[in-house]
Design a protein around this ligand. Structure first.
Ligand code: ADP
Length: 303
């Protein structure tokens, strides 16, 4: 069983001609509402890829939560531990995309910001029942540290997707993490290493020194770098595909990695599988809707 502890957002994406400047009002004729949030995206990917997955997070009591729950339930995610909080709204991301494809995003954390240590204490049984626990950083850092510490003590495999990287990343968290999966930018922010793509070994060593067991870095179209305790450092190239929208590429990568690890596969094999999954995701528009099912991935691999 895989447990995802993290955020659920509703993405409202508005197409605009240009990004409005201060004081400007502009008109748009297209808005889409989609379930998003790193935690929910990862849980959704796990569900679609056939994992036994449960999500722990928080939403408000509103229509945004209904859209989110619907998407997760359809993907086969157990949502019984998504806590509904009356006093706050569901997390919302307001996204404008201009004609050049550049976006500006405002995230209203809403219920995500209220996920507390108490909420973790109330759900210790699901941590206990899980084999792997996955975190990202769109819910309070304090809660992530607390829950990761508990999961680690219970002997669970802890995976951290360190996004977004906070200003005050606590060293303590590294000690609770088995596998950390930053992208290139996040790796640079965590380690202070400039141009991390040129210095992957140095940056990865920096994270391992802080207590992480394995480091896996996604490099977009340049693929993946992994620094595994057993097989050592290696780069795996990305699949050659026509990318149209990279939303949820990283989230589905994390999910795919966890599925293979849950099946007892090594990090290298897991990364190769995740590379296939994310390659499909980037060829489709959308976040959760772009994530393939296990059958689709199998067909793609056999091609
Ligand atoms: P994030 O979305 O977190 O920034 P990346 O952009 O590094 O993550 O992408 C995650 C993974 O998605 C990559 O390691 C790769 O497997 C796949 N991927 C991303 N962009 C492309 C691309 N243009 N072509 C093929 N695969 C891609």
């Amino acid at each position: 069983k895989i447990l995802v502890i993290g955020s659920l957002n509703l993405d409202m994406t508005v197409q605009v001609d240009h990004t409005p400047v201060v004081g400007e009002t502009i008109l748009s004729n297209k808005m889409e509402m989609n379930a998003g949030g790193k935690g929910a995206n990862q849980a959704c990917a796990l569900g679609k890829l056939g994992a036994d997955v449960i999500m722990l997070g928080a939403v408000g009591r509103d229509m945004y939560a209904d859209i989110q729950m619907d998407s997760l339930n359809k993907a086969g995610v157990d949502t019984t531990r998504v806590i509904v909080k009356d006093e706050v709204s569901t997390g919302i991301a307001l996204i404008t995309v201009n004609r050049d494809g550049d976006n500006s995003i405002i995230v209203v954390s809403g219920a995500n910001a209220t996920l507390s240590k108490q909420d973790i204490d109330d759900n210790l049984d699901v941590i206990k029942e899980s084999d792997i626990v996955i975190f990202q950083l769109e819910v309070p850092l304090e809660t992530v540290c607390y829950a990761a510490g508990i999961a680690k003590k219970m002997g669970k495999m802890v995976i951290l997707d360190p996004a977004p990287v906070p200003k005050n990343f606590p060293d303590e968290l590294y000690h609770h993490v088995d596998i950390i999966k930053p992208n290139e930018t996040e790796l640079g922010m965590l380690t202070g290493v400039d141009n991390p793509e040129e210095h992957l070994e140095k940056a990865a060593a920096c994270l391992r020194k802080k207590g992480v067991k394995d480091v896996i870095v996604t490099l977009g179209e340049k693929g993946v770098y992994l620094d595994d305790k057993i097989s050592g450092a290696e780069r795996i190239p990305a699949m050659k595909v026509q990318a149209v929208d990279t939303t949820a590429a990283g989230d589905s990568f994390t999910a795919a990695l966890a599925i293979m690890l849950a099946e007892g596969k090594g990090l290298r094999e897991a990364a190769i599988f995740a590379n296939y999954v994310s390659a499909i995701v980037v060829t489709r528009k959308g976040a959760q809707s772009s994530i393939p099912t296990l059958e689709e991935v199998k067909r793609y691999i056999e091609q």
